[in-house]
Every structure is written in C-alpha cells, then in structure tokens.
Design a protein around this ligand. Structure first.
Ligand SMILES: Cc1ncc(C[n+]2csc(CCOP(=O)(O)OP(=O)(O)O)c2C)c(N)n1
Ligand code: SF4
Ligand SMILES: [Mg+2]
Length: 322
C-alpha cells in the first residue's frame, strides 16, 4: 500500500516525553484529541495506562491541565469540573473524560450512564485497547470474542462477544456519538471538532491498538487499525441524538482472517473459529447497515451533517436524508 500523507490540523500539544510503549494507540488518540480541541481543554483521566503515560507528578506530557481520578468516576468528575467552570463564568473550556475500555465498558459505566442521562456537558473519549492493559492484560467486556488475555488463556479464550457500548450510549439519546480509529486521523479529528461544537454529552469510541497486549510489533499499529475498519470489525460512523446514523467511511469488506492472523492474541484460532468470527462480524454489519440514515460522505463532494435535536442543542445544518 502506498504512503498516505495527512496535513494534520492544530498545534502539537502532547509532548514527546511520555511513558507509553512504542506503537501505543491510546497515545495517538490523546495526540489527535488535543490537536482537535486546542489548549483550552481540561482532561480527566481515571486509573488506566494513561495514568502512567502522562508522567509522574509534577511532570505531565499532556500539555493541558489533567485531573487524575478514581477508576469508576471519570464521568462524574468531568461533570463536576464542568459545573465548577460554569459557576466561575468559564463557558469556553472543553472538559474531556479520557478513559480506557475497562473504565468505560465495565467499572465506569454507572457514572457514564448517569451523566449521559443528565446530558452533562462534556466529551467522553474511550480509548479501547480491548483489555485491562495497565494491570497486565486482563479481559474486559470490550475484549473480542475468542481472544486470549491473561484471564482468558488459550485453553479457554473469551467466550462472550464484545459489549456494544455505542448502542448503550445511543439508547441514552445523547446528542452526538462516533467511532474513530487512529488509522484515520483526519476522520477522527473532524469528529472531535464536530463534538466540540455540540452541547451535552458527547461520546467518542476510539479503536486503540496495544502492541504488548495484542502481541504484535509496534510498527504494525496503523496497519492493524486499518484492517479492523476495512474488515468491518470496527466501522467508522456517527450517531446523532441516538437516532440518525451516518457511516463516515465505506469499508472494503476484506475478510477478518488477515486481521486475526496479524496478532498473537488470536494465534490459537482454528479455521472454524475464524469462520464463526466472520459470521459474527457480518451479522453486526447487517444490523448497522439497517440503521443508517445518511449516505456515505465522499471526500470533497457531499456536505452531509447530522440533525441535532434543537431542544437540547444549538441548531446545525440540516442533513440530506437517503
Ligand atoms: C476500583 C479499582 N479497581 C481496580 C484498580 C486497578 N486498575 C488500575 S488501572 C486498571 C486497568 C484499566 O483498564 P482500562 O480502563 O481498559 O485502561 P488500560 O489500562 O487498558 O489503559 C485496573 C484494573 C483500580 N485502580 N481501582
Ligand atoms: S500497554 Fe498498551 S495501552 Fe498501555 S501504554 Fe503500552 S501500548 Fe499503550
Ligand atoms: Mg483497556
């Protein structure tokens, strides 16, 4: 595949002196989030790899104020910080909860659901590396079906499917949610910038590869992320008000086999397991297709925007329906 070059907008806010492993998707995610939001941002980080990546006190690689909070409380802490800023008359600063999949799909879900139900005014970014990486690669409810982790060894890999966090958040009817991938930084930055313009709870679910946790070489992070999108394992889309679904990239529909073969955590899979995973992915894709409200945006041609509920949010340009 030829080289793709991007002109990434925005200032480089994340400093290079961080503690992440090479090829860390979670760190690229933070880099793009900060580029998209700028310096008037406060980041809330619960216990996760990013508690370490940011650096030891008094150092911080993030380049913006960071509030390190308890594992289960990213969404409630972000709600409180936003409320405090409002009381001080600061209506400008963006508050971002930045949490892993364990802190989002599992232990932080109650606080997140409460905040989403109240439509608290912050952006929640879940960097999903599909396990509890910081404590040694334990299974989370975001771990994919049949994957190896240290708590789901190859003799009994994870027998449950990945929890559909996007559908859970969509059921809260929040104004904006989107999936994003570090392999498509232009798409991710556009989504974060769109989220910034909307008031209320906004949720971004980012596919964030982890070389030591998934067992692959750091230089393959982007290739693997691209394979996840193109095989429809992790489609890129947006949901407005829990109702209007819009695909932002038409996936090629490549077989899941290449993706699975690229990582040691799937090394134990038999051909029948791969077929099972392919049929699971096909089923989810058909479900998603059935929900799409919008045409796919072809770069530089159409200008489709979602409809945001005017009662909860400032009006946006109307979308062109199918
Ligand atoms: C209440 C509580 N339980 C357990 C822990 C230990 N702990 C710290 S980070 C972490 C894993 C976090 O996983 P995830 O949210 O997926 O982020 P990642 O480490 O993968 O970046 C765990 C279990 C904790 N800090 N607090
Ligand atoms: S263990 Fe994974 S998520 Fe954590 S810093 Fe290393 S690459 Fe990033
Ligand atoms: Mg994780």
């Amino acid at each position: 595949m030829g080289q793709i070059k991007f002109d990434l907008p925005g200032e480089e806010i994340l400093s290079p002196g961080h503690f992440a492993c090479p090829g860390c998707g979670a760190t690229l995610t933070m880099r793009y989030v900060l580029k998209a939001l700028g310096r008037k941002t406060i980041v809330v980080i619960p216990a996760c790899c990013w508690s370490v990546i940011d650096g030891p006190v008094p150092y911080s690689a993030a380049g913006v104020p960071v509030f390190h909070t308890a594992f289960e409380s990213a969404a409630s802490t972000a709600s409180g910080i936003k409320a405090g800023l409002e009381i001080q008359g600061d209506h400008e600063t963006t508050v971002v909860a930045f949490a892993g999949d364990g802190g989002t799909f599992d232990i932080g879900l109650q606080a997140l659901s409460g905040a989403a139900e109240r439509n608290e005014d912050f952006i929640y970014v879940c960097y999903d590396n599909e396990a509890y990486m910081n404590t040694g690669i334990q299974r989370s409810s975001a771990t994919p079906f049949w994957a190896w982790t240290t708590t789901t060894p190859t003799e009994s890999p994870k027998a449950e499917k990945k929890k559909n966090i996007v559908e859970i958040l969509a059921a809260h009817r929040i104004p904006y949610l989107a999936t994003a991938s570090v392999a498509y930084p232009d798409d991710m930055i556009a989504k974060i910038q769109r989220a910034k313009e909307i008031k209320g709870t906004r949720f971004i679910h980012v596919f964030s590869p982890c070389p030591p946790g998934w067992k692959f070489e750091p230089e393959d992070s982007i290739k693997i992320s691209r394979m996840a999108v193109e095989s429809r394992i992790f489609p890129l889309f947006e949901v407005f008000n829990g109702r209007d679904y819009k695909l932002t990239r038409e996936p090629a529909g490549t077989p899941v086999r290449d993706y699975l073969k690229s990582q040691g955590r799937f090394r134990h899979l038999k051909e029948s397991d791969i077929q099972q995973i392919q049929s699971n992915v096909d089923e989810e894709w058909e479900r998603l297709k059935g929900k799409l409200t919008f045409q796919v945006e072809s770069r530089g041609k159409s200008h489709l925007h979602g409809v945001v509920d005017p009662e909860r949010n400032p009006p946006m340009r109307r979308a062109i329906r199918k």
